[in-house]
Design a protein around this ligand. Structure first.
Ligand code: ADP
Ligand code: TRP
Length: 328
């Protein structure tokens, strides 16, 4: 049987390099493998689990679709859609919530982090975040999910829900696993934590021009460069290390390891070179994006057709579940 793949990104803004390297690159790899049927959505309902602005949300849903298409997701190969247009996800999430304890949800590190970030906004929707994500994946019986490593706790919950549903109601949900890319964890440009939209100064946007990338990289904190010895796997040096390794693997030893070990590394020129090779990869994506921005009818059509195709699969699963649970 052909394997299904599903992934999504919340509609919180333009995509950054962490999203691209940790998630979108995995989506592209699987889309272009004929062994898989791929579905990629914008998780716009997940976006309302933390405080949001209505106009921004409306705009960002489309921005993420446009970023997907610009990066190479192809509506002829993948089903590309908005989560909110397939309301069956919400229905299935409610059924799933009947096999999920509150305690399990409250102990998730992702939940605790979000409550810390938004202390006045500890809502039912936020607590239900992983249950809705499980529904997103299992409604298509997807077994492979290209996401960054930070999403692993949510996949664990998805597998638990699949197991419980199968045991209690005789459904046939798979236990999905994460599809990891080489960039499954891109560190922040600030040298602490991961690159993230919610931390100003931590990220490079996929739409940044060369000068902006140069300025951002020039601010990455480093050591003196004269230390020598093994490269430290912490702080800004690690961030540069991870990015350099991904963008220039063949020159990594020559440009990074050897100069570092001998205490001769010159960060300024290394950063400039990193900016150039990063931009080189982003430039064609940015050019394609510019064209897509003016092709409103094309993007509208992708969204419309994607929803129709997704709905056909989703409604079938929901009907099966209703039947098995005695609701039909
Ligand atoms: P953010 O943390 O910036 O809000 P999201 O939570 O919307 O990003 O993540 C969208 C996708 O991008 C997920 O698959 C996530 O794992 C991946 N991702 C986000 N940040 C990174 C990162 N720094 N490194 C690798 N993958 C990442
Ligand atoms: N939780 C994911 C994130 O923050 C977004 C998401 C929602 C998702 N539903 C999904 C990812 C289903 C993969 C599959 O990035």
């Amino acid at each position: 049987m052909i394997k299904r793949v599903l992934s999504g990104i919340r509609a919180t803004g333009r995509l950054h390099l962490g999203n691209y390297l940790g998630a979108v690159k995995g989506m592209l790899e699987l889309q272009n493998d004929p062994g898989y049927e791929t579905l990629f959505m914008v998780a716009d309902i997940h976006t309302i689990t933390t405080p949001f602005n209505i106009d921004e949300l409306r705009k960002n849903r489309r921005e993420v679709i446009t970023d997907y298409l610009a990066a190479g997701l192809n509506p002829e190969k993948s089903i590309i859609f908005l989560q909110s247009e397939v309301s069956e996800h919400i229905e299935l999430a409610f059924y799933f919530s009947s096999v999920t304890t509150i305690a399990r949800m409250q102990h998730l590190p992702t939940y605790k982090d979000k409550v810390k970030q938004h202390p006045g906004h500890n809502t039912m929707a936020l607590l239900n975040y992983p249950v809705l994500m499980a529904a997103d994946i299992l409604i298509y019986k997807a077994s492979l999910v290209p996401v960054g490593i930070d999403q692993e706790p949510h996949l664990e919950v998805t597998r638990e829900i699949a197991r419980k549903m199968n045991q209690q109601y005789g459904t046939d949900f798979p236990e999905p696993v994460r599809f990891a890319t080489k960039g499954e964890y891109i560190p922040s440009l600030k040298g602490e934590g991961k690159m993230s939209k919610s931390v100003e100064g931590s990220y490079i946007n996929m739409t940044d021009d060369l000068d902006t990338i140069k300025i951002k990289l020039s601010k990455v904190p480093t050591d003196s460069g004269k230390e020598g010895g093994p490269i430290p796997k912490i702080g800004g040096v690690r961030s540069l290390y991870e990015l350099y390794k991904l963008f220039a693997p063949e020159k990594f030893d020559e440009d990074f390891t050897k100069p570092y070990e001998s205490g001769l590394i010159r960060y300024q020129s290394l950063k400039n070179h990193l900016a150039e090779i990063t931009y080189k990869e982003l430039k064609p994506i940015q050019e394609k994006r510019k064209k897509l921005e003016t092709d409103i009818a094309f993007v509208d059509n992708v969204i419309k057709e994607g929803a129709e195709k997704a709905r056909t699969i989703a409604s079938k699963t929901v009907n099966e579940v209703r039947q098995k649970m005695g609701l039909l």
